[in-house]
Design a protein. Structure first.
Length: 277
C-alpha cells in the first residue's frame, strides 16, 4: 500500500518546491527548553562575532549577560550546535580511517570565474521552539547560493542532496572546498565529488578564514532573516530562508562584485566565458 505522505513528498519534489531533507518533512525540529534555546541563541550570536571563543570564554560572556551556567553545559550546547573555536588544538582523537583529509588548494589561487571553485558549510538555525541545521552550496567567485537544504540532524544525507542538486542545475566546479567536518570527509560525500571529476580542497584545521565567504553568508542570513523572525515551524523556516536566499541572489548588490548581485555576476561571467570560447 502506498503511503500518502510519500506520495505528497514525491509530488512536491517533482515540482521543485522542496529545499528540505526527508527528516525535516517527517519530523519536527529538535526541541529544547525555552531557557536552553535562549542560551543557544546567545551563543550563536556571540560566535558570529568571535568564532575564536571556546567554551570557557563563552561561559564568561553568558555570565556577564546574567546566565550563571557552567562550562560543561556551554561545551555541550556548542557541540549540539556544531560550533568549535577556530584556534589550533592538539590532535587528541583518532580519525575515522575512511575519512581522508584533503589538502587546501586555494592558497594563492586567483578565483575570478564562476564554477571555478564552489564551497559549502553547515550552520545552526534557531527557532522559537527548537532548531534546525542549514547547508548551502556557494559559488566562490560570484557568491551565488547554488542550492541549500534544512535538516533536523547533522547526518550526511541532506548534504549530499544539496550537492547533487547544485551539480544537476549548475554543472560542476573545478574545485570544491569544505571544512574538515565529518559530513564532508565522509566516503559518501567525497564519492559524489570524485565521481564527477572534481578536485577536493579542505580548510586547514581551525582555519575559519579559509572558507570566509560562506561564513559571511551565515552572518547576513542570521541578522537579516533568522533572528528577526523566530520561526515557529520547519515549513516557516524553509519559506523564510528561501525568500531571503532568493533576495540575496537576485537583489542584494555586493561591493566586491562591483555593485552586481550574485546572479548577475554568475550569469554575466558565464556569458563572457561562452563568448570567448
Amino acid at each position: 500500500m502506498i503511503d500518502p505522505a510519500d506520495t505528497r513528498l514525491s509530488i512536491v519534489r517533482q515540482c521543485g518546491l522542496l529545499s528540505i531533507s526527508r527528516s525535516v518533512y517527517y519530523e519536527k525540529p529538535r526541541e529544547e527548553t525555552p531557557e536552553t534555546l535562549e542560551l543557544m541563541r546567545l551563543i550563536d550570536e556571540q560566535f558570529l562575532e568571535t568564532p575564536f571563543y571556546g567554551s570557557r570564554r563563552m561561559m564568561h560572556v553568558l555570565h556577564r549577560q546574567g546566565y550563571p551556567v557552567g562550562r560543561e553545559r556551554v561545551r555541550r550546547l556548542m557541540k549540539t550546535m556544531g560550533l568549535a573555536a577556530i584556534y589550533q588544538k592538539p590532535r587528541t582523537s583518532i580519525p575515522n580511517p575512511e575519512h581522508k583529509i584533503y589538502p587546501y588548494l586555494l592558497r594563492n589561487l586567483t578565483i575570478d570565474q564562476p564554477n571555478q571553485v564552489w564551497c559549502t558549510d553547515i550552520t545552526y538555525i534557531p527557532m522559537r521552539r527548537g532548531f534546525l541545521f542549514l547547508i548551502a552550496i556557494m559559488d566562490w567567485a560570484s557568491r551565488k547560493v547554488l542550492s541549500w537544504r534544512l535538516s533536523n540532524t547533522m547526518d550526511v544525507d541532506f548534504c549530499i542532496e544539496a550537492l547533487e542538486e547544485a551539480l544537476a542545475n549548475h554543472g560542476r566546479p573545478d574545485i570544491f572546498n569544505t571544512d574538515q567536518g565529518s559530513q564532508f570527509t565522509s566516503l559518501q560525500f567525497i564519492k559524489v565529488l570524485t565521481n564527477a571529476g572534481i578536485r577536493v580542497s579542505m580548510d586547514g584545521k581551525g582555519r575559519w578564514m579559509d572558507n570566509v565567504f560562506i561564513e559571511r553568508l551565515w552572518r547576513s542570513l542570521k541578522y537579516e532573516c533568522v533572528y528577526l523572525n523566530a520561526f515557529e515551524t520547519s515549513s516557516e523556516a524553509r519559506a523564510g530562508i528561501g525568500r531571503w536566499i532568493d533576495f540575496y541572489n537576485s537583489n542584494r548588490p555586493h561591493t566586491a562584485l562591483g555593485g552586481r548581485t550574485p546572479n548577475e555576476a554568475y550569469v554575466g561571467n558565464l556569458d563572457g566565458i561562452q563568448r570567448a570560447a
